[in-house]
Design a protein around this ligand. Structure first.
Ligand code: NAD
Length: 306
């Protein structure tokens, strides 16, 4: 397959690098000059628990990408999706399928401004990845990837994408319940990311703090109630159990939203807590705790953006 990864950061490089290794023709498209130049000159370095490998890749500025890919994987942060796709619009052909494994809500709706729903694949992945510096990512840990056509039908193109991701090591399954999984993940992220971002606590410090745990659980309950009202089967106990497990297993970790706040960068709060609040308003149910965390993170962002 000809695959273009739009947003070649931590996740885009991980997925694009391993797909390239499996023989696909991959172009990593980004906007960061130093990173692009480093990858073209010295290759992409990916560190996993098995060690470090160097992969020869083709990296380009997004506006320089040519040809119509069979698969376009969008891996920018959610707030860059629209701009990135505006630039990439010209390479999206009639057969191009667009895959999003980004966190948060509303990704399909944003992509749908550029591609019909029948050619969008949505999903989640819990493989971790960190961008260490230009040309280098680190992914320590294993996970799974769940995908589904956004319109809900299993198609040959979906199976082709699953096969490619699975062969590249991303433990990929097709699931008709993908939107339940997306809501479970957003409930988890709304709790863990926003509370650590506002308190400055690591995952383990939050887990050891009874008031913090109560707050995180409350956000999960609110988010899952919204999913339930929308007729989705997201499972509250499963998310609460994941929260408990992660408090212990990833005790030292600083979630991405906390890292973003510490580095005074924009966060994905709008696609996570604030998006849950918007969906709750449509359903006419209150989500007061999630709403406060949405406001607090916005306040922090505004405090250093102004
Ligand atoms: P990242 O910030 O490392 O990478 C995003 C990349 O997009 C950057 O290299 C940036 O330069 C690039 N970019 C920005 N604007 C662009 C544009 N207009 N055109 C092309 N490229 C552009 O982010 P990430 O950690 O890889 O996360 C990507 C998405 O995946 C997010 O939605 C995140 O929540 C989700 N996710 C991340 C992880 C993880 O462990 N990192 C795991 C699961 C899901």
């Amino acid at each position: 397959m000809y695959i273009v990864v739009v947003g070649a950061g931590a996740m885009g490089c991980l997925f694009g690098g391993f797909l390239q290794e499996k023989g696909h023709r991959v172009v990593l498209a980004d906007v960061w000059r130093q990173h692009i130049e480093e990858m073209n000159t010295n290759g992409l370095r990916i560190e996993t628990s098995q060690g470090e490998r160097k992969i020869r890749v083709s990296a380009k500025f997004i506006h320089e990408v040519e040809g119509q890919p069979d698969l376009l994987i969008i891996f920018t942060k959610t707030f860059h999706t629209e701009n990135a796709l505006k630039t990439a619009k010209g390479i999206i052909g009639n057969e191009t399928v667009v895959l999003t494994l980004q966190n948060g809500l509303g990704n399909v709706e944003t992509i749908e401004k550029f591609v019909p729903r029948e050619r969008i694949i949505a999903g989640i992945t819990n493989f971790p990845s960190d961008l260490i510096g230009p040309g280098m990512v680190r992914s320590l840990g294993y996970g799974e990837t769940i995908i589904m056509q956004a319109h809900g039908e299993i198609t040959p193109q979906l199976e082709k994408v699953r096969q490619a991701l699975n062969d590249a090591g991303f433990n990929c399954k097709i699931s008709k319940e993908v939107f339940d999984s997306i809501w479970e993940k957003v409930a988890f992220n709304a709790a863990m990311n926003s509370v650590t971002a506002v308190t400055g606590l690591t995952v383990g410090q939050l887990g050891a703090n009874p008031e913090g745990v109560k707050l995180a659980r409350r956000i999960v309950e609110e988010a899952i109630a919204v999913a339930g009202k929308k007729g989705l089967g997201a499972n509250k106990e499963a998310v609460l159990n994941t929260l408990e497990r992660v408090f212990v297993e990833h005790a030292g970790h600083k979630p991405s939203m906390l890292q973003d706040i510490l580095a005074r960068r924009k966060t994905e709060i709008e696609a996570i807590n604030c998006a849950i609040v918007k969906e709750a308003e449509k359903e006419g149910i209150p989500t007061p705790t999630t709403e406060v965390l949405c406001s607090l993170v916005r306040i922090l962002e505004q405090s250093y953006q102004n």
